[in-house]
Design a protein around this ligand. Structure first.
Ligand SMILES: Cc1ncc(COP(=O)(O)O)c(C=O)c1O
Length: 449
């Protein structure tokens, strides 16, 4: 649990004191060679080693799975393992209630079900997110309103949220993308002023903090994913966090076929739809086992990210994603940065990514332009949407979803590294930075490929 509640500045200075590589950064940087030919042109790899595997597990996880198997109680109804996980997760996050569910998508679905989102309603979401954030709105035949991205932070542009609000807006759902908090001060202020509930899609943001408090504890509810790639993983799973006891009960009922839960705030006519989105005891125990590693892994990712950023900031044309003032801890599910080809002799992002991969540095351009994807634009022709909203509204919807900053970010600039790469050593980080410097030095030759 160390460091978890430290303010950011103190947390980072602790890293500087305890992380010898950070203090002795310069000699290590000199060791990671950016000389010689790029690997894409036949030279040696800047990062010849591998990265941490994912998931990490040992006999703790083996025992967790076997204990449930042998108990004969495999589902949560009748068992107590999922409940134990929920208690532990609530404690770790500093929230009153956690409800384990079958995925991050299920967490969002349950929240929206408990809010009774439906046809004719609008929901504000960022355009820069995994498609699940959009899908859960559309499954309820509500209208997703996509808000442009703050290109510097990759997060929803909080300054553009108010303009997207209409009398139909039922919720504002920022995503803490990459595991870094969106601008919660601005978003909470809008939610309070307009009395529109804020839902945090924290599916990538386990343990991330805003002003020393965990994300997922700010809005009416938070949604987490435990899908296999996530920083906390049980293959497939998710959780809802909330401080609202009535809302927690409504969520429980929604995810359990309308059964269980005993809220006093039941309003006839609501809470009349439900499904089964329960988490199993196997997943609950696997999560408890994985949680024994979570704090230490989060600390290491944050240390390595700070160490890497210190080097990347020195390279013109590489801009690590900005974090807002209130960020006291990022989960670094992704390490995101912008690439500007103008400072790399015009080398395209595509070739930059190929060259990085050849150096032994896995990377991706990340999300595409959701608002331009035919999967999304096709909604304007969906027969049910046309029936509910009409042709004019759906045509206007396409117009409302223009996101010029996001076009620029996704079309030319965004680059991602992955959370497991940050579980390595300072030498790994030195070599990643050296790979980029080597590509920059040889950008002209690479651009000719
Ligand atoms: C931002 C975001 N929202 C929602 C989800 C959905 O989570 P799951 O895959 O567990 O359904 C994900 C998963 O990648 C995500 O990244």
């Amino acid at each position: 649990m160390e460091n978890n509640n430290l303010p950011r500045r103190k947390f980072l200075s602790n890293i500087a004191i305890t992380g010898a590589g950070f203090v002795l950064g310069l000699p290590q940087i000199a060791n990671a060679s950016d000389n010689g030919k790029p690997a894409l042109l036949g030279g040696p790899k800047a990062h010849p080693g591998g990265y941490s595997g994912w998931p990490l597990f040992d006999s703790t996880e083996e025992k967790a799975v076997m204990d449930v198997l042998k108990s004969g109680t495999w589902g949560r109804l009748g068992g107590n393992v999922v409940s134990n996980f929920e208690k532990a997760y609530s404690e770790m996050l500093g929230v009153k209630h956690t409800l384990g569910v079958s995925s991050g998508t299920s967490a969002l679905t349950t929240i929206l079900g408990a809010m009774d989102l439906g046809p004719g309603d609008e929901a504000i979401i960022p355009v820069y997110t995994f498609i699940a954030t959009y899908n859960v709105i559309v499954l309820n035949y509500a209208l997703p309103i996509l808000v442009d991205t703050d290109i510097e932070s990759f997060q929803i542009d909080a300054g553009k949220v108010e303009a997207a609000i209409t009398p139909q807006t039922k919720l504002i759902m920022p995503v803490h993308i990459g595991g870094t908090p969106a601008d919660l001060d601005k978003l909470m202020a809008i939610a309070q002023k307009t009395r529109i509930p804020l839902i945090e899609d924290a599916c990538q943001a386990h343990l991330a903090e805003w002003k020393g408090k965990k994300v997922g504890s700010y809005g009416l509810a938070g949604a987490f994913s435990f899908q296999a790639s996530k920083n906390l993983n049980c293959a497939e799973g998710g959780a809802i966090t909330t401080n609202d006891s009535d809302f927690a009960q409504t969520c429980y009922r929604f995810h359990n076929q309308g059964q269980g839960g005993h809220t006093t705030a039941y309003t006839p006519g609501t809470g009349t739809r439900a499904t089964n989105l329960r988490l199993t005891e196997f997943q609950g125990n696997l999560l408890l086992a994985q949680m024994t590693r979570l704090q230490a892994q989060a600390k290491r990712r944050a240390e390595n990210a700070a160490y890497l950023s210190a080097q990347l900031k020195e390279i013109k044309g590489i801009y690590p994603a900005k974090m807002y003032e209130g960020t006291t801890l990022s989960a670094f599910h992704l390490y995101m940065f912008r690439y500007d080809r103008q400072h790399f002799d015009g080398l395209s992002r595509e070739t930059f990514l190929k060259a990085l991969q050849a150096e032994g540095v896995p990377c991706s351009e990340g999300y595409g332009q959701m608002n331009r994807d035919t999967y999304v634009t096709g909604l304007a022709q969906n027969k049910h949407y046309l029936k509910i909203y009409g042709e004019k509204t759906m045509r206007e919807w396409l117009e409302r979803n223009q996101c010029p900053q996001n076009d620029k970010l996704t079309g030319e600039q965004a680059v991602w590294f992955f959370q497991n790469m940050l579980l390595g050593s300072h030498t790994d980080m030195d070599q990643i930075a050296a790979a980029i410097r080597k590509i920059k030095k040889n950008a002209k030759a690479l651009a000719k490929l």
